[in-house]
Design a protein around this ligand. Structure first.
Ligand code: COI
Length: 356
């Protein structure tokens, strides 16, 4: 529990929408809980902190975020344990990361305690919206965007920091078919690939759509310079198991997101006694391993899906089917372990759980 450190005004809704939600049939990000958090950045400080009924907001058509893309976001989840208590998973990591993103896009940072307090109070107020069903959670979406009415190209002077929440079930319905992308790029060295910037997701849509038209759920992104090294899979970090070693692209080049699930999986894998290599991962190496039936497992890691197992990988004209899901001991074990930690069913030895 934390004491409120910020002066957040709360206006409760008069009519909850919760009865209209079928919690057994939820689509990702289509329904939103009763309340949202809003703060305004003006004259160099965050002010007018408030929680109010979830509703459309009014913006100038010249709002800088719409024109020049100063917008960053976070994704995190609240879970219910078996006693119905609400738990968050590593929320301080999101508080830190939104500021890494904000800094890169020349936006004001949000004090960590303000971020934590806003999440805490909002989730506490909408605690009934946190689903208890297995695999379900309340997805929390904090975001900052330039709200100044401004067509000049310079860092805006006015911003909004908002948090909305949405009950969700699993992101993917099953293992995914992916294709290694060798033409388009998601990010380049020196760019904003490491930031959770709205524009990164926009840039990925068209190549992803071309892939989807050919039956691939996601793309495996490669480096912009040579397309010889693997970076991410769709909106997730990616990991491979070869010779019982867990191999994942290093985040040192700043072209990939520093995933919180990625970090958690690495720590859990090491805890299971697995060797983990964070380094450049060549396309050639993964393709060779797949050709020789040495690719034991491959999966994406992210907040939305947690672990998304990869069913097949296509590179140019070759398609490699990966081992059956029931044989994927490592990803199955880690997925189960993360779920149990998030639901407070096992000892929290890494100190990852935050109680609401
Ligand atoms: C995640 O996997 O957590 C993501 O970032 C996907 C999200 C944009 C829906």
């Amino acid at each position: 529990m934390m004491d409120a450190v910020s002066n957040i005004k709360i206006e409760k809704t008069k009519t909850s929408k919760i009865q209209s939600v079928d919690f057994n049939n939820i689509q990702f990000g289509k329904q939103f809980s009763d309340h949202m958090f809003v703060a305004e950045y003006k004259n160099g400080e965050w002010q007018d902190l408030r929680i109010e009924p979830y509703a459309p907001i009014s913006l100038s058509p010249a709002c800088a975020a719409i024109h020049y893309g100063q917008a960053v976001f976070e994704g995190m989840k609240a879970y219910k344990n078996d006693e119905g208590k609400v738990l968050l998973f590593r929320p301080r990591e999101n508080a830190k990361r939104i500021n890494v993103s904000a800094k890169r896009l020349c936006m004001p940072e949000v004090p960590e305690e303000l971020f934590m307090d806003a999440i805490h109070q909002l989730v506490q107020l909408d605690a009934d919206w946190v689903p208890q069903n297995e695999g379900c959670s309340l997805y929390i979406r904090p975001f900052i965007f330039a709200s100044e009415e401004l067509l000049g190209v310079r860092p805006a002077e006015e911003y909004k920091f908002m948090i909305i929440t949405s009950p969700v079930s699993s992101y993917y319905t099953g293992p995914v078919d992916v294709k290694i992308e060798s033409n388009f790029s998601r990010a380049a060295e020196g760019g904003v690939g490491f930031a959770k910037a709205a524009g990164n997701y926009a840039a990925a849509l068209y190549p992803a759509k071309l892939g989807q038209e050919k039956g691939y759920k996601q793309l495996i992104w490669t480096d912009a310079k040579t397309h010889e090294y693997i970076e991410e899979s769709g909106t997730m970090n990616v990991m491979f198991l070869i010779d019982n070693k867990l191999i994942t692209p290093s985040i040192a080049l700043n072209t990939t997101l520093s995933g919180i699930t990625r970090d958690s999986v690495i720590k859990l894998a090491k805890d299971l006694g697995l060797e983990v290599e964070e380094r450049r991962v060549a396309v050639k190496e993964i393709v060779e391993a797949a050709r020789n039936n040495k690719l034991q497992d491959a999966f994406g890691t992210g907040t939305a899906a947690t672990i998304a197992q990869i069913a097949s990988i296509t590179f140019e004209d070759e398609r490699f089917e990966l081992p059956p899901i029931e044989n994927r001991t490592v990803s199955n074990k880690i997925a189960k372990s993360i779920e149990e930690i998030k639901r407070g069913r096992v000892a929290d030895k890494f100190d990852w759980i935050y109680n609401i």
